[in-house]
Design a protein. Sequence first.
Length: 370
Amino acid sequence: MPQNAITSAYIHIPFCKSKCKYCSFVSTENIDKKTGYLYSLLKEIDYYYAGEQLKTLYIGGGTPSVMEIDELSKILSKFSFTSNAEITIEVNPNDITEEYSDGLKQLGFNRVSMGAQSFDDNILKIIGRRHSSEEIYKAFEILRNSKFENISLDLIYGLPTQTIKIFENDLKQIISLGVEHLSLYGLKIDEGCYFYQHTPENIPDEDAQADMYLMAGEITKQNGYNHYEISNYSKSSYNSKHNTNYWKCGGYYGFGLSAHGYTGEIRYSNTTDMTRYLDSPTSRDFGKFLTKQEMLEERIFLGFRLEEGVNVSEINQLFNIDFDEKYKNILKKYTNSGHIIKTNNGYKLSDERENNGFLISNIILSEFIE
C-alpha cells in the first residue's frame, strides 16, 4: 500500500429530529430528504473512493442514528476494511432499541459514540436535548447487551444552570457506567445556533468552567482513564483511532454535506447547501494545497492537542528546520511558566492543576502561527 494512501473516512449525516440549542453544525430537521441524500452520498463515495482498505470509518452528524439499518448497510457496503478496523457511529440515546443496536453490531460497527451531554434532566431540557438521563442508562445497557465493548459518551461543561456539583455528578455517572471513552467539550455559542440569538441565563463563568475541566482530569485519572487529548479521555487501548489520525495529520476522505477531507497535500470541503449537494454531490466547494508552512503549523497545533505532545526530531526531519531554535522564545516563555513541559521526544502542554497548558492552549498555540 502506498505510504500516502488514505485509510480513514468520515461520513456526515446531517439529519436531526430536532436541533439542540447549542448546535451550530450543518444539520436539518427535513428528514424527508433522507432518501435523496443517501442516493447522492453513495454517488459521491463511488466517484472518489479508490478502494483502499480503511483502518477507521466514522459516521457523524447531525444524528446518524436517524438512519435505518438497511440505509447504513448501503453505506458500509461501499467500503473495504482492515481486519481490525475501528468503525464508529454517533447515536442519540433515545434512538437505541434492542433491534437497532443488534443491527448496528451485525453490520460491523464496533464503536459507538453516544451524545449524553449531561445527566441532569433539567439541563437536558434547557439545551434542547430530546432524551432524558434515564434513556442514557437504558441505551448504554442495550448497547452492552449487543456486545459493544467500545462505547464513548459526550459531555458538555459550562451549560446553563450547571454547577460544579452537578458536573461532578455527571462525571460520577460516567465512571459508574464504565464507559471506555469520554469526550468532554466546553459550551461554545457560535453563530447559527439558537443560543446565539437567545442567550441563556446562568451560564457558569470562566473560573467555574476551568474548575470543571480540571475536575474532569482529576476524577478520570483517579479512575483509570488517560487524558490523551485536550478533550478526550480513555481507558487503556481505547483511544479514538479515527480522531488520532486527524491529530497525527493523516489523510482521510470526507463524504457528505459539509464534510471535510485531507489527502496529505490538499484540504477540501463539501458544500453546506443541501440543494447543491443533492444536485451535484461530486463537486467540491473548496480545495486548497497547503504550503509547507501551513503543514508545519498544523502539525504543531494538532500535536500539542495530544498528551504526548510534539515530536521535535520528526518535525525537524519533515520540514528541515531546527524546532528548538525557530521557536526558542515561545518555548522559553512557556517552559519557564510551566505551561509547556520538555519531554524525551519534544514538548507537550502541562496537564497539571497548576499552570495547566491545556486551559490556555489557544493562547499558546496562536504564538506558533506566522
